[in-house]
Ligand binder design. Sequence first.
Ligand code: FAD
Length: 390
Amino acid sequence: MRTQVGIIGGGPSGLLLSQLLHRRGIETVVLEKHSREYVLERIRAGVLEHSFAELMREAQVGERMDREGQIHDGFYIAHGGIKKRVDLRALTGGKTVIVYGQTELTRDLYEARDQAGGILIHNAADVKPHDLASPHPYLTYRLGEETVRIDCDYIVGCDGFHGVSRQSIPKEKVRTFERVYPFGWLGVLTRTEPVSPELIYARHERGFALCSLRSPTLSRYYIQVPLSDSVDNWPDEQFFDELRRRLPAGVSEAMITGPSIEKSIAPLRSFVIEPMRFGKLFLAGDAGHILPPTGARGLNTAASDIHYLYHALVDHYSQRDDRGLESYSQRALARVWKGQRFSWWMTNLLHRFPDSSPFDERIQETELAYLFSSEKALALLAENYVGLPL
Ligand SMILES: Cc1cc2nc3c(=O)[nH]c(=O)nc-3n(C[C@H](O)[C@H](O)[C@H](O)COP(=O)(O)OP(=O)(O)OC[C@H]3O[C@@H](n4cnc5c(N)ncnc54)[C@H](O)[C@@H]3O)c2cc1C
């Protein structure tokens, strides 16, 4: 088999790139290790910035997102028993975010690829990229007993943090940067009305908490837990008791709870690989970087990679102009690092660190007090939250 762009990974990054390139007449094959059901069961991101939504529309998959997604003009930060609003629209001159689940947008992308007859191979085992430093790279994968070869012009690694693409780059050709936080987020999804129509990020001496949502009937709640913790230690009742303790009284009293339909712990990590290219292989999304979920940058940063790579590939195929491909890594990384800085700052502002001293706690309190006393400080927060320009 032969294609122009071979894509490893059928998550949001791989599907979005495939759909965008298809609309510009560029052929792709997407190889996904898991079944479609498995991919669609993963409950992850939910807050989309403006430029992500624009990319979905450009890919002609934004119709349901625009119909069912909720536009959020702001969010709250709770601290010391009260919550204060960050008015995104007012602070950014009219910008907002959209709340629309990653599961839903992945479903929309699958449907669009199916309708267009896109080649998307699920359960592709043992996917391997080959000859990346040569002009003729190719992919192999196993389907049952058969090994299939796909010759490509370019290979894009969209296979997430644990994928094969990043591992295929010789170690001496890259540099990695990492911070592993000593805690994770225990998340619970319930079919209940969310306690607040806008997200509430809460700093509390018992640890961070977040009241988020996926739709008017689907709530997503998180609490900070030690990395060593397990979901088995958190029956629903205990989870909600702990969540309530970390929220202002007015919020916890208003909360409607229900049985969890999903419960998982996500570790918090910051990770970047440089460069995001090796020969004919380009990395995009979580394959190249991981951001802690505080501040909702992960999927949005993946989308900015896709934006740069999509335009670079279109320029290559339509005008034989390779400047975008040559500068891809540098441009993508510039935005990745801004997202990292913001997520790191939000994480440090709102979490309780096991080794934090009374001094560190006072600094957190002072940072929050300063934030809500300065329109300029709030504007910086808002500018980053809605997404910096591409
Ligand atoms: C709890 C949580 C909350 C989050 N909240 C937000 C948020 O609100 N906003 C935000 O912007 N981001 C958020 N994120 C981050 C966001 O979910 C990720 O950044 C996003 O999934 C990245 O998409 P991706 O397509 O690059 O990678 P993935 O979603 O990881 O997709 C990679 C795909 O590649 C496949 N794959 C892996 N290995 C191979 C292989 N060897 N061969 C073939 N296929 C392979 C995988 O099965 C997977 O389908 C959150 C993450 C978590 C965990």
